[in-house]
Design a protein around this ligand. Structure first.
Ligand SMILES: Cc1cc2nc3c(=O)[nH]c(=O)nc-3n(C[C@H](O)[C@H](O)[C@H](O)COP(=O)(O)O)c2cc1C
Length: 318
């Protein structure tokens, strides 16, 4: 049977898990990662901008490339085309709740068309020789919970593993993830199941494993501004001690993360996108709100360095 590369995965997050952030999370102990979602239609149309979402580096392997769309042929073409970036796997997005993606027919909207889900998985699996995984939600809404049905269809059509985020599309990111549905999927299929939703520390990670029997857990929002969560989780599961980072380490890792964003995207775009990461990295530090306001004006790495000096002056190591 197909084996997952470990116990802890970084979730795909559009606008967050770019190459720089994936590399940092892998260096802190994530066992695999997934790119931001890539539009099958854009790849089919030869849009070169999408290459930047799919480009992978050695430092982040095993990395899956996630694709979205609703046309089996376009999805298969896209997956095949992206093999030039040497992904470890291709992941199919059947969970994105964003109205723009759902309106295009892709993402969570696919869960309302079980037959089409099967056709897409079959087409993509037939087009590439790497494992094809699928990421689904609990269902579209509480009146149409069908994660088990969709997971079985994916398995029958060649999926190597399935990730289940225990929320409906209607819930978006609110409420609590339902671990019961993840357990039901795990009991219904024989391919590995990756559980997802609300992991934020070792206790919640342990609960997700215990309550669902899943083979791997996937961490999303809790990694924002906190790539150390992977060090913390791998220390916990490896029975090793863990010490949270102090302000100096937090700022040094943030500096490295943002420097890589600038290196990969160019400084103007890198610095613009870095503002939200800056805000996340500052959570819990003294005068964070004031520094966040100043960060809006950052446009070069030298601005960031000046701000980091001020942050560290206000937040000495304890
Ligand atoms: C900002 C943001 C962007 C996301 N983008 C994607 C995406 O591109 N593809 C996807 O499958 N899921 C996406 N997700 C969903 C996450 O992968 C994950 O399923 C969800 O956040 C629940 O996990 P968590 O509770 O650990 O955050 C996104 C979530 C967030 C918060």
């Amino acid at each position: 049977m197909f084996e997952l590369p470990g116990k802890i995965a970084l979730a795909p997050m559009a606008g967050v898990t770019d190459r720089a952030f994936r590399e940092i999370c892998m260096e802190f102990g994530a066992d695999c990662c997934t790119t931001e979602m890539v539009s099958a239609k854009a790849v089919e149309q030869g849009n070169k901008k999408t290459d930047e979402y799919a480009r992978l580096s050695e430092k982040e392997q095993p990395a899956a490339i996630q694709i979205f769309g609703d046309d089996p042929k376009a999805m298969a073409y896209c997956a095949k085309n992206l093999m030039r970036f040497s992904p470890w796997a291709i992941d199919i997005n059947m969970g994105c709740p964003a109205p723009k993606i759902a309106a295009s027919g892709g993402g969570a909207n696919l869960m309302r068309q079980p037959k089409l889900c099967g056709e897409i998985v079959a087409a993509v699996s037939g087009a590439v020789s790497v494992p094809v995984t699928v990421k689904i939600r609990k269902g579209w809404d509480e009146t149409s919970v069908n994660a088990v049905e969709i997971a079985k269809i994916c398995e029958e059509n060649g999926a190597a593993a399935i990730t289940v985020h225990g929320r409906t599309r209607a819930q978006m990111y609110s409420g609590q993830a339902d671990y019961g549905i993840i357990r039901q999927v795990k009991e219904a299929v024989s391919i590995p199941v990756i559980g997802n939703g609300d992991v934020k520390d070792p206790q919640s990670a342990q609960r997700l494993f215990d309550e669902t029997g899943c083979d791997m857990i996937m961490v999303g929002r809790a990694a924002q501004g906190n790539p150390w969560i992977f060090r913390e989780l791998s220390a916990y599961f490896g029975a090793r001690p863990y010490a949270p980072p102090g302000p100096a380490e937090r700022m040094a890792v943030m500096r490295e993360h943002i420097a890589r964003m600038c290196a990969y995207k160019g400084e103007p775009l890198g610095m613009k996108e870095a503002r939200k990461h800056f805000a996340w990295y500052l959570r819990g530090l003294r005068s964070a709100a004031a520094f966040r306001r100043e960060a809006v004006l950052m446009s070069a790495l030298s601005d960031l360095d000046r701000l980091i000096e001020k942050v560290l002056a206000e937040n000495p190591e304890e």
